[in-house]
Design a protein. Structure first.
Length: 521
């Protein structure tokens, strides 16, 4: 955050926006000059840096902009009091000497006081003069400086402007593309008052602003500012806020979104994605290895549970069907009871994997709720019941897709049609495409495991294989595969089988396997 005196905004027709520093060559030059000045001032007093800042202001640069950049750079440095004795203690000794020797109304009396204190402390009079006010801000010495790049400095300035503006917000709402676990952890840790709303499938988190409270507004405003980097760390986000502009007592609207402002502000790094438990990590590893066609996403968007939210461990998605998965592992009975209360208000489809050794009696009646499916485990999560449930849920979606495809007038002209590519083009699942096309083969096509191939294209491949066999006398499986793939057929082994070619294996290597012509030749 910045002091309110350094906040620069524009306000028009009930809207308010910070005056962001553009990432222009002029602004980058100012930032670079300041950074270089700080680098060169390591070992020197802050006074020299402040003089440099004043000099920049005198050259015509906007003073609030220059001072704000300098303040941000101050926070990147380490300033220490470079004194052998505590300056406050030294001043106390001066005052005590003055009480004994009288007020220094003349240079001679002043010299006597300095000499008296010098004899007491073992310092010279020059050292006393130099260290008497060494703890003042301008006298502190820069010992270390973590230099940002000019671009980073401007982006940090823009982020700080927004944080300062939000200090006077009465409410703040945001949506984000992910990182919900860390977002809610931060909201709760910062003690913010919030509620979660769903608007056309999009989750918005509404946070009460400091201007809506009667006390502790300063501390609360600082915590709102701390939340901002957690939101903007996501790839996509939108922030809306109502700002109480204290100078005119107006409520102004503020909006900030990643598509317009992401490049202007510094993007903090997301928290490293670590699994909360060994069962989570083990499940994710095993499920992804299956390549089941279900897209697994960790810590997806929140699920509404009445006035509360649950951030599931995973979501499983296929053909528009989304099922959330929560692993209720090694937790206390009290936690399970609280979880059960939340689940009573969940409307989304969820799988709950519950450690059987810690199963709670109160969870049993919840199994009657159609959108909740409980799978119990003890030592290791079994994927079989999960896959059975997913398949059963998917059958309804697949049936609708099959009906859609049956009524869809499609004429194929390409020699090779991959089921996955066609399914993606129509917006249905591969399983539905396979079921429809395998049962109703288009005229002039042959079905392979993952594609359709025209009979003409297969015959072209067959002629190429026969020609190669005549020339070489025999073909290895590797050579035959290369010939078939050169004809544009990706499933070479299935095509060879379809054409009647036989493969004789003489080891595990395809280079040693021989391809024989069909028996009728």
């Amino acid at each position: 955050m910045l002091p309110s005196s350094l906040l620069v905004v524009w306000k028009r027709k009930g809207e308010i926006q910070p005056r962001y520093a553009k990432l222009s060559s002029d602004n980058l030059e100012v930032a670079n000059r300041l950074i270089e000045a700080y680098k060169a001032s390591v070992g020197k007093k802050k006074r020299a840096l402040k003089e440099f800042v004043v000099d920049l202001e005198n050259q015509g640069y906007e003073y609030r902009f220059v001072r704000a950049l300098a303040l941000l750079l101050d926070r990147k440095g380490t300033f220490v009091c470079n004194s052998k004795i505590d300056p406050a203690d030294l001043r106390r000794k001066i005052f005590e000497a003055t009480e004994k020797l009288g007020l220094p109304t003349t240079p001679k009396q002043r010299q006597q006081i300095l000499g008296f204190v010098a004899s007491e402390t073992g310092l010279t009079e020059e050292q006393i003069e130099e260290q008497l006010y060494a703890d003042l801000d301008a006298e502190l010495v820069l010992t270390e400086f973590d230099a940002p790049s000019p671009l980073e400095l401007l982006q940090q300035y823009n982020l700080s402007l927004v944080q300062t503006l939000l200090f006077d917000c009465s409410e703040l709402s945001f949506k984000a593309s992910g990182n919900w676990q860390w977002l809610f952890y931060s909201v709760k840790k910062l003690g913010l008052i919030y509620e979660v709303l769903r608007d056309e499938g999009v989750f918005w988190v509404k946070v009460d602003g400091p201007a809506s409270l009667f006390k502790l507004t300063k501390r609360y405003g600082i915590n709102i500012a701390k939340l901002l980097p957690v939101i903007t760390a996501n790839q996509e986000w939108v922030i809306n806020a109502k700002i109480l502009w204290k100078y005119t007592n107006e409520i102004c609207n503020f909006k900030m979104e990643s598509t317009k402002h992401s490049a202007l502000i510094r993007k903090p790094k997301l928290q490293p994605q670590t699994y909360d438990s060994a069962p989570e990590e083990s499940f994710a590893s095993q499920f992804q290895a299956l390549e089941s066609g279900w897209a697994l996403k960790r810590e997806p968007e929140p699920v509404l549970a009445g006035k509360q939210v649950i951030v599931p461990d995973f979501s499983l998605e296929k053909s528009g069907l989304k099922i959330y998965l929560e692993i209720v592992g090694f937790w206390t009975e009290e936690y399970l009871l609280r979880k059960a209360e939340k689940l009573k208000h969940v409307a989304d489809r969820m799988i709950l994997l519950v450690n059987d050794a810690l199963a709670c009696e109160k969870l049993v009646p919840l199994e009657k709720r159609p959108q909740l499916h409980f799978i119990y485990y003890r030592d290791k999560i079994s994927l079989a019941p999960i896959l059975r449930y997913l398949q059963a849920e998917f059958e309804e979606v697949k049936a609708k897709e099959i009906e859609l495809l049956k009524n869809l007038p499609v004429k194929f002209t390409e020699p090779n049609i991959a089921y996955a590519e066609f399914a993606g083009r129509i917006g249905v699942s591969i399983e539905a495409v396979q079921a429809v096309l395998a049962a109703n083969l288009p005229l002039g096509y042959v079905s392979l495991p993952n594609s359709l191939v025209s009979k003409e294209k297969l015959q072209q491949a067959s002629r190429a294989l026969n020609q190669a066999m005549k020339q070489a006398g025999k073909l290895t499986l590797t050579q035959a595969t290369q010939i078939v793939e050169a004809e544009g057929i990706s499933e070479a082994s299935a095509a060879l089988t379809q054409l009647g070619y036989r493969i004789v294996w003489r080891g595990i290597s395809s280079a040693q396997a021989e391809v024989l012509p069909p028996k009728d030749r």
